[in-house]
Design a protein around this ligand. Structure first.
Ligand code: SF4
Length: 501
C-alpha cells in the first residue's frame, strides 16, 4: 500500500461464564487487531458493579511475564470491552488522544454504560446539542462519547437496552458497530442500520466464552469459533444460553464498506464465508481480464508487500506471468515516527521496502497496489522502480478510483486530498509517472467480493452515500471544493452550516 491510510477503530469484547478473568481474551483480541488502530488502545472490565479501565497511547503493549499479575489485578472481572483506535475525528494532540481513547463510559443516577465503538458519526452537531440539554457543558473527544451518552439518555427514560439501541439506530446518521457493558454487567452489541463497519460474534467450544470482534482473526487467536456477522440494525444480548439476536431496524439494504476487502481487513479474516485473501486474489484475476493489452506487454508481476501480495497471486494465476518476488519488506523496521513524516517519504519507502534491482532491470513490470489515495507514495514507488531499471511500470489497482471522501470512519476526509477526485485516470498515470494505471472496475470489485451492489458501501468511488445526511454533507463539500474553498473535513462545522442554512 502506498498511502498510509487509517481506519477509526477495532473492537473486541468478551464474557467468560466460567467466572475466570476475561482480560487475557480481550488482550489477545486487540493484539490481533492492532492494524485497525495504533494511536491508542484501551481495556475495560467489569466486576462487582465497578468498571476497571486501562487506557494508553500507541500499540497494545507486550506484557512481561513478571507484570502479568499486576495486569490481572488492575483489570478484574469476567466481562469487558476493548478498543484500538486511530482518530478520524476530534483533536490529535497527546492529551486529546488519551481523552479520546476508548472504551468510553457515561453515568448518571446510578446508571452506567461503557462501550467500544468502530465507525464515524455524521450528525455530530445535532447529537452534541441534544446531549448538552441533559449534560450541560458536555464536550467529547471521540464519536464513541456521542453514542455512549445518547444511549445513556435513552436509558434514563427507563427504556431497556434493545429500545435504546433502536433509538440510536434511528437517530444517529453514520457508521457504528458497538459492543458494551452496563452497571449490572449486561453484555451487548449492535450495528447501524446499514451495517457499514464489521462486527462478528463467536464462542468457545464449551459454550463458556462469548465474544464480539471487528474481525475474525481476533476470534481465531483466542481459539473461538465464528458464529455470525451482525446484520445491519441488529442488536445482540449475551446470556449463559448464548446470543439473543434481534433485528431492530431493517431498511431493506446493507452497505458494508467495500474498502475493508481491498485494504483494511487482515487477509486471514473472514467476512461471511470468504477469507479476505481469497477475495483479493479474485481482484487480481479480474484486473487481468479487464486489461488484456497491458498483460500482453508485460514481462512480470511485482507486488508491493504486503497488501498487494494476494492480488499478485491472482494476476499470476490468470495471466501466467511470473510473480517475481523481487520486493521484500524490511521486517523489523517499524519506526512509525519516521514513517509518518511526509517530507521523509522517499527514505521511508527505501527503509520499508527492498527492491532487488537485478531482477527488474530492463523488464516491463505490472505492480499490484490495493488503492491510490493521495498518490504521493505510489509516485515514489514508481520512481524507485525506474531508478532500479524497470523499462515499463504498469499499476494494477484493486480498489476503483477514489473520487469522494469517506464519512464513515476511514481517514479520507476531504476531496482535495484525493488524487482521484481531481484527476482522470490518464492524468494520474502522468502525475505518478507510470506507463499505465489500471483501476479495477466497480462491477469487477463487486463481483469479486460476492455481494450485490446494494449490499456494499461504495460511496468513495461512486459519490452515492448510503445515509441521507452524509450525502448532503458530501454534496456541500464537493460544491465548496469545486468553488475553490479550503476544506476542513470537520463534519460538525459542515453539518452546522447545513442546519442553519
Ligand atoms: S465511503 Fe468508502 S471507505 Fe468509507 S465506508 Fe464507504 S466504501 Fe468504505
Amino acid at each position: 500500500m502506498g498511502d498510509q491510510l487509517r481506519i477509526a477503530c477495532g473492537v473486541f469484547a468478551a464474557i467468560n461464564y466460567e467466572d475466570q478473568p476475561v482480560f487475557p481474551y480481550i488482550y489477545w483480541g486487540l493484539r490481533a487487531q492492532n492494524h485497525r488502530g495504533h494511536q491508542s488502545h484501551g481495556f475495560l472490565t467489569y466486576s462487582d458493579g465497578k468498571f476497571h479501565v486501562h487506557r494508553s497511547l500507541d500499540l497494545v503493549p507486550k506484557i512481561k511475564t513478571s507484570a502479568i499479575h499486576e495486569w490481572f489485578g488492575r483489570l478484574p472481572g469476567h466481562v469487558g470491552v476493548g478498543n484500538v483506535r486511530y482518530t478520524t475525528s476530534g483533536k490529535t494532540d497527546e492529551e486529546s488522544l488519551i481523552k479520546g481513547t476508548q472504551p468510553v463510559t457515561a453515568s448518571k443516577d446510578g446508571l452506567k454504560l461503557a462501550i467500544s465503538f468502530n465507525g464515524n458519526v455524521v450528525n455530530t452537531f445535532q447529537l452534541r446539542k441534544e446531549i448538552n440539554v441533559e449534560f450541560p457543558g458536555f464536550s467529547y473527544e471521540c464519536d464513541a462519547d456521542l453514542i455512549c451518552y445518547k444511549l445513556l439518555i435513552e436509558r434514563l427514560k427507563g427504556h431497556d437496552l434493545a429500545s435504546v439501541a433502536k433509538t440510536c439506530m434511528k437517530e444517529v446518521d453514520g457508521a457504528f458497530s458497538v459492543a458494551g457493558v452496563t452497571q449490572d454487567g449486561e453484555f451487548f452489541a449492535f450495528k447501524d442500520p446499514h451495517g457499514i463497519r464489521p462486527l462478528c460474534a463467536g464462542h468457545s467450544k464449551n459454550d463458556s466464552i462469548f465474544a464480539f470482534s471487528s474481525e475474525t482473526v481476533s476470534l481465531d487467536i483466542n481459539g473461538l469459533e465464528r458464529d455470525f456477522e451482525l446484520q445491519p440494525g441488529e442488536f445482540v444480548k449475551v446470556s449463559k444460553n448464548g446470543f439473543e439476536r434481534q433485528r431492530l431496524v431493517d431498511n431493506g439494504r446493507k452497505a458494508f464498506c467495500a474498502f475493508e476487502f481491498a485494504y483494511f481487513a487482515r487477509p486471514d479474516s473472514r467476512f461471511d464465508d470468504k477469507y479476505v485473501y481469497e477475495i483479493r486474489e479474485e481482484f487480481g484475476r479480474t484486473l487481468v481480464r479487464e486489461n488484456p493489452d497491458v498483460v500482453r506487454n508485460a514481462d512480470m508481476i511485482l507486488s508491493v508487500p504486503e497488501t498487494g501480495d494476494d492480488s499478485a497471486l491472482g494476476v499470476h494465476e490468470e495471466s501466467g506471468l511470473r510473480w517475481e518476488r523481487a520486493s521484500r519488506r524490511h521486517r523489523y523496521v517499524t519506526e512509525r515516527a519516521f514513517l509518518l513524516l511526509n517530507k521523509d517519504r522517499q527514505s521511508t519507502i527505501d527503509r520499508k521496502i527492498n527492491i532487488l534491482a537485478p531482477k527488474i532491470n530492463g523488464k516491463r513490470v505490472i505492480v499490484t497496489e490495493d488503492s491510490i489515495v493521495r498518490g504521493d507514495t505510489t509516485k515514489v514507488i514508481v520512481e524507485k522502480l525506474r531508478r532500479m531499471g524497470a523499462r515499463k511500470v504498469y499499476l494494477f489497482v484493486t480498489f476503483p478510483r477514489i473520487v469522494g471522501p469517506c464519512l464513515y470512519g476511514i481517514d479520507m476526509a476531504t476531496y482535495g486530498q484525493l488524487i482521484g477526485s481531481k484527476h482522470k485516470t490518464e492524468e494520474i498515470a502522468e502525475i505518478i509517472k507510470a506507463d499505465a494505471v489500471c483501476y479495477q472496475s466497480i462491477e469487477g470489485l463487486v463481483n469479486a467480493i460476492g455481494f450485490t451492489r446494494d449490499q456494499l458501501c461504495l460511496a468513495c468511488v461512486t459519490g452515492e452515500y448510503p445515509t441521507p445526511l452524509a450525502q448532503k454533507i458530501a454534496d456541500v463539500m464537493k460544491k465548496k471544493f469545486l468553488e475553490g474553498h479550503e476544506e476542513t473535513g470537520r463534519l460538525y462545522e459542515i453539518e452546522d452550516a447545513i442546519q442553519s442554512s
